[in-house]
Design a protein around this ligand. Structure first.
Ligand code: 3H9
Length: 696
């Protein structure tokens, strides 16, 4: 846990205490005990003049061990704060030698040291707010004392990393070195010995800086926008504000109290759940096959999805051939890619050189034969089975025998596509989310014949391009879009029953969704789900309730934002939805035709009808084995559908509410609204046994 060695210099001897807790040097209970003991020994050893604290591998430390947050605080002694005071009050100089990333409690540990020295190129940050907590080991009090209030606000309230250049500029580190970190750290510590008073490095009084009156208000506004609905960033800002009026000890006490409230609260539990769920999703317990390397990719289709997929690959150095049939469409696709990159350059997110490098990796093509040697082809053509089947048959005849053929379909049957080829075991679904170069979610669809090695290859590729891959099985819409169907179905029913589009969307935004279902439909394009409904119409049982609202809207050529009209109307160039009386008329006439008496609906009912529809379908998906884990569904909804991270995804949210309560409400809906609300057997079973989805 703590590896210890001494370095002898002509001026004296230093001890190096090295954190060794792979993979990220998190500071769990065992590390804290070992570190306290090692510090005690070093402080009491007369042969040691200065103490160096460092990490190992790529990390100084990624912070507190998040898994311990569920352990009662009393069982966590010594706490991190105790070790930080031990460092701070050491009679010998303490130096943090940052060999790698220092995050959260890891960085707070360095704030207890008298000096900090870093290897060039590492990153530092206090990302606690992303886990629904705040720096709880003094970060909100020591950082403003060290670097000033505004930089502290920027770092803590955003949770973003900074590099060594920025850290040096702010004074977060005393020195940055290119090499010989421990020698440099030793010299820094020994230089300080002569004049060392054993005094704490930071002021113990309140922060004396004069801060502009609107700084905290502006920070709160920004944090509320960035982390809508999350309380942790606001609590963190309140702690920093406190540093201006309290001495260090009072500030630390205040911070500790706020931290504990957050750790025990539902929001942080949900955010921690998502942190671990994202990592669990990338694991394939049933697949051990080794995977072929994917070094080049063909993308069929230069539309929005094809272009986004090409960019997400080129961004990580993977060469792409983007194929189109039509020259004009290909030119348009390349032009869109160019302007997307140019916009990033303008926002200083990308350099000109990087833009050129990425563009050079995307080769436009009109010749099928150009795909002959790629390792993977991702088809991103029009969402039509016949079109896709024809493409797959063609690809099968052109591509080398080992090549993997993937479809970006969002709901069609991968097995049917596989059967048009002579290599069904190398056919797979890769459902990217729009915009594909931005959204991190990737549903990897396992077909009946897909080989394990092919799944493993796609997961490896996903990791390389920093996507979050989630393995899903085959059914209409896979996990994400299958669950969206009952969700939007209920939204449409609610319109007929008396709500306006603005009320439905408003209630769900208030719940925390990035946008409501109707606005989401307008953004995605209403024609896509219309096509799916038309495809399913012949098999739809006549006795089951069906809302014609969306169909009527589409029949008027209102396909959403792209036609400036859908559930709302839009001004040219704006995405701002404006309520439209023409839509109200459609809704009212659909309600009349179906004999529905419109009534006043509460926001609570709107949320329950839509969110519990997700939960009930999610439970069926789990039972059918379409998703591997309940937490995978949560990852899909948080990272692909704007479900609030502070609620942990629909399944975790249902667990939080209590499955018995969710079931009781669903049973009530079943009585009133009929068979579409038949409770999922898995939900019934868990609710009756006091279980949770997360226990599965
Ligand atoms: C804190 O410090 C609170 C204090 O202010 C106050 C305390 C009183 N704990 O992401 P990866 C695991 S809050 C436990 O795949 P990467 C992770 O689950 C903390 N486990 O690697 C995974 O396990 P597995 C503030 C952790 O290289 C494995 O390590 N710190 C922790 O892509 C590898 O992780 C943070 O918020 C942890 N702290 O990314 C940092 N961190 O193999 C959170 C990681 O079983 N961590 N694990 O799946 C991260 O952001 C990324 O993990 C990191 C590495 C950037 C470090």
């Amino acid at each position: 846990m703590i590896e210890q060695h001494s370095i002898v210099f002509p001026q004296g001897t230093v001890v190096v205490l090295q954190l060794q807790n792979p993979p990220v040097n998190s500071i769990g209970s065992a590390v804290r005990i070992a570190l306290t003991e090692a510090l005690d020994r070093a402080i009491n050893n007369p042969d040691i003049q200065a103490i160096i604290l460092t990490g190992s591998g790529k990390f100084f430390s990624a912070g507190a061990d998040i898994r311990e947050f569920n352990t009662p605080f009393a069982k966590q002694k010594p706490v991190l704060a105790d070790i930080i005071s031990q460092l701070e009050n050491s009679p010998k100089p303490t130096v943090a030698a940052l060999n790698g990333s220092a995050l959260g409690g890891g960085l707070e540990l360095t704030l207890g040291c008298h000096f900090r020295i870093a290897l060039s190129g590492i990153s530092m940050g206090l990302p606690e707010v992303k886990l629904g907590v705040l720096p709880g080991a003094g970060g909100t009090q020591r950082l403003p004392r060290l670097v000033g209030v505004e930089p502290a606000l920027e770092m803590i309230a955003s949770g973003e990393m900074i590099d060594t250049e920025q850290a040096l500029k702010w004074g977060l580190v005393d020195k940055v070195v290119e090499a010989d970190l421990l020698t440099e750290a030793g010299l820094l510590g020994l230089e300080a010995v002569a004049n060392f008073q054993g005094a704490p490095a930071l002021s113990r009084g309140a922060v004396s800086e004069v801060v502009a009156p609107d700084v905290f208000e502006a920070a709160r506004k920004q944090a509320s926008k960035r982390f809508r609905g999350c309380i942790a960033p606001l609590e963190a800002i309140a702690c920093i504000e406190k540093s201006l009026v309290c001495d260090l000890d009072e500030g630390l006490e205040f911070e500790r109290e706020r931290f504990r409230l957050l750790v025990d609260g539902d929001q942080s539990k949900a955010q921690r759940h998502i942190f671990f769920a994202e990592r669990a999703a990338t694991k394939l317990p049933k697949i051990t096959a080794s995977s072929p390397e994917i070094e080049s990719v063909g993308v069929v289709g230069a539309g929005t999805m094809g272009g986004g997929i090409a960019m997400s690959l080129a961004n990580y150095g993977i060469p792409v051939i983007m194929l189109e049939r039509d020259k004009a469409a290909l030119d348009r696709g390349m032009q869109t890619i160019r302007s997307n990159y140019a916009a990033s350059v303008k926002r200083r997110k990308l350099t000109d050189v990087d833009m050129d490098r990425r563009l050079a990796l995307i080769q436009p093509s009109l010749r099928d034969a150009d795909l002959a040697n790629v390792d993977l082809v991702i088809e991103a053509a029009f969402e039509d089975m016949d079109v896709k089947k024809e493409i797959f048959a063609r690809l099968d005849s052109i591509c080398k025998p080992q090549a993997i053929l993937a479809s970006n379909t969002s709901r069609l049957d991968i097995n049917e596509l596989a059967e048009t080829t002579s290599r069904p075991s190398q056919v797979i679904g890769t459902h990217f989310f729009s915009p594909a170069n931005v959204m991190r979610l990737l549903e990897v669809v396992h077909g009946r014949h897909t080989a394990d090695s092919v799944v493993a290859a796609l997961f490896k590729l996903a990791k390389r391009i920093e996507k979050i891959p989630v393995l899903v099985g085959i059914c209409d819409g896979f996990v994400g879009n299958r669950m969206v169907s009952p969700y939007t179905r209920e939204a449409h029913f609610l319109l007929e029953e008396g709500a306006s589009p603005a009320q439905v969307d408003g209630a769900l935004r208030q719940f925390g969704m990035a946008m409501g279902p109707l606005q989401m439909g307008d953004m995605a394009g209403l024609d896509i789900s219309w096509a799916a409904r038309k495809r399913l119409a012949p098999t739809r049982p006549a006795h089951i309730r069906y809302s014609h609202v969306a169909d009527r809207i589409c029949e008027m050529d209102r396909f959403g934002q792209k036609t400036l009209a859908g559930f709302y109307r839009y001004e040219a160039g704006s995405r701002n939805p404006i309520s439209d009386p023409a839509v109200d008329e459609i809704i009212e006439s659909c309600a009349r035709e179906s004999g529905i008496e419109r009534r006043v609906l509460t926001d609570i009912e709107i949320v329950q009808r839509t969110i519990y529809a997700l939960v009930n379908e999610g439970a069926r998906i789990l039972q059918e084995g379409i998703a591997q884990r309940s937490s995978d569904i949560d990852v899909i909804y948080v990272s692909g559908y704007g479900f609030p991270v502070f609620r942990g995804g629909p399944m975790f949210y249902a667990d939080t509410v209590g499955l018995a309560e969710v079931l009781a409400t669903i049973e009530q809906f079943h009585k009133v609204h009929g068979e579409l609300w038949t409770p999922a057997p898995l939900l019934q079973e868990l609710a009756q046994n006091g279980g949770k989805f997360s226990d599965l």
